[in-house]
Write a protein that binds this ligand. Structure first.
Ligand SMILES: [Zn+2]
Ligand SMILES: [Zn+2]
Length: 497
């Protein structure tokens, strides 16, 4: 559990950081200038937007906030509305957007989670099937290299399908970002760009979705950059108020031809120095946002960035902490349970060194050295086990146990003591707080106070799939089979009726 504990710790520390974060309200000013929407950014040299950076367990987190308070809004509203404005600056530049590197295990897992909601385990099993059918290269890899064989095939395919202009003019070299990539492997790519998936039986839509991601990403990496024109419009009033607006337009799509993108045009046609009229001004309340909980994609990205886990282990790390009830996945985000909190806090306190992010990452590097026979296995084991054995001896002598329970506001029907939530290896259950005197227990059912939209009689309760994915079901199951992933799906099912 050495690596899983660190993964769990990321989610536990994040939960503490979210609790600690104090959301503060602020206001954002928005002007419409002859149909161009622009953001209020400054008055003279005083900038309204301020950037704040917090040091979190997994690195830095930045957010912006304006200095515009509720009290300031009426004054600004009045002062700005009576001002007159000109286009004070026009900045036009052409930027190239470079296609991303072909997939490695972690980036494939992240994209499949983001685009299709696949768990990392599911992605690995779909990729395994594609690999076994000879459709893709090996899917456990942290190398972004493409073979010499693939590149000319990709160029020929691009030329035939899109034309010469779409072939990358330079040989693209992607840098591997992982701390310790095993460069012997190749990136994940289709083995043959001209292969027709229809010739293969037993492929589901999910296989096709994943293959499509891999196909496009590998092909895109050999295509030309997209050229994008960006325009920054600065509008200034006589009193010094500054507004900024942005417009962009794709001038040449390049690799973007593979991906649907929103077609936008640069429509602004005034010159620098031209007067421009403010049609309306609104102020909108916003809140500073705490750092977000981890999703499957962001947890894998963090593990990879910190050098924790390897292509073969990201998926099992995540499914283990779910199966052990240390975290729950709610609407795609990881929430640690009170059991997860207790395990993480105990282990990171008692075995401080062992579950440090740095230590874990270094340990993995050392194990890689053993695997490639560049280091002495026995010495590494000695260095590792010596301090651990001492640490274990101290912990084993400690008395007492950690009682993991959550309070509820329910009473025990047998003894009238308060009920608490406890954990078994099957998950949460209700138990009497007077245990062992009172042995009352009941299955854990979490209600959300919504009636079932299908049978109108059952209550919507929280249930879990075999893989511990949380969903909403009906208390009349199996008589009623209503199920939804998200609360708002229940509301829309209700409205549809
Ligand atoms: Zn009781
Ligand atoms: Zn129902």
């Amino acid at each position: 559990g050495r690596v899983q504990t660190v993964a769990l710790r990321f989610t536990v520390e994040r939960e503490k950081e979210i609790k600690k974060f104090e959301s503060t309200p602020f206001y954002k000013g928005n002007g419409i200038f002859e149909s161009v929407e622009a953001k209020l950014t400054a008055k003279g040299t005083e900038k309204y937007e301020k950037k704040f950076t917090l040091q979190l367990f997994d690195g830095e987190y930045s957010y912006t906030q304006t200095t515009i308070t509720k009290e300031l809004v009426p004054e600004l509203q009045k002062d700005i509305s009576s001002d007159s404005f000109i286009v004070s600056d026009l900045d036009v530049r052409s930027n190239n957007r470079v296609p991303p590197a072909p997939y490695i295990t972690s980036t494939l897992q992240q994209d499949a989670a983001r685009k299709f909601g696949y768990s990392s385990k599911q992605t690995m099993s779909l990729a395994q099937n594609l690999y076994e059918k000879g459709l893709i290269t090996y899917h456990r890899t942290d190398s972004i290299n493409l073979s010499e064989k693939f590149i000319p095939q990709a160029h020929a395919y691009i030329k035939k399908t899109y034309g010469d202009k779409y072939i990358s003019t330079t040989q693209r070299v992607f840098k591997t970002s992982t701390k310790k990539a095993q460069e012997a492997h190749e990136a994940i790519r289709p083995t043959d760009l001209n292969e027709d998936l229809a010739n293969h039986s037993g492929l589901t839509n999910r296989h096709k979705n994943l293959y499509d991601l891999i196909f496009k990403r590998a092909l895109a990496s050999q295509m030309s950059d997209a050229e994008i024109k960006n325009m920054t419009i600065t509008i200034e009033g006589k009193k010094g108020y500054t507004f900024k607006a942005y417009q962009d337009q794709v001038m040449f799509e390049g690799f973007l031809v593979l991906y649907p993108y929103e077609e936008r045009k640069i429509t602004f046609n005034k010159e620098k120095g031209d007067p421009i009229k403010l049609d309306s001004l609104t102020f909108e309340e916003a809140q500073t946002q705490p750092p977000p909980r981890y999703s499957e994609a962001s947890l894998i990205r963090t593990l990879e960035k910190k050098g924790i886990g390897r292509p073969s282990t990201y998926a099992p790390i995540i499914s283990t902490i779910l199966l052990r009830n240390y975290v729950e996945k709610q609407e795609g985000r990881f929430h640690p349970t009170s059991l997860g909190d207790a395990v993480s806090d105990y282990l990171s306190g008692a075995f401080e060194n062992l579950f440090e992010v740095e230590f874990t990452s270094e340990m993995e590097d050392k194990l890689d050295l053993v695997a490639t026979e560049k280091s002495d296995m026995v010495k590494i084991l000695k260095d590792f086990y010596g301090p651990l054995a001492k640490n274990l001896a101290v912990e084993e002598k400690k008395e007492g146990h950690i009682d993991v329970q959550e309070a509820t506001d329910e009473k025990c029907p047998d003894s009238d003591h308060p009920l608490v939530i406890r954990y078994s290896k099957f998950g949460k259950f209700y138990a009497c707080s007077d245990y062992p005197n009172c042995k009352y227990t009941r299955n854990f059912v979490e209600k959300v106070n919504i009636k079932c939209p299908k049978c109108d009689d059952g209550d919507i309760i929280v249930r879990f799939t075999k893989k511990k994915k949380r969903f909403y079901g009906c208390s009349n199951y199996p008589k009623c089979d209503f199920a939804a992933w998200k609360l708002n799906e229940i509301e829309s099912a209700d409205k549809a009726k």
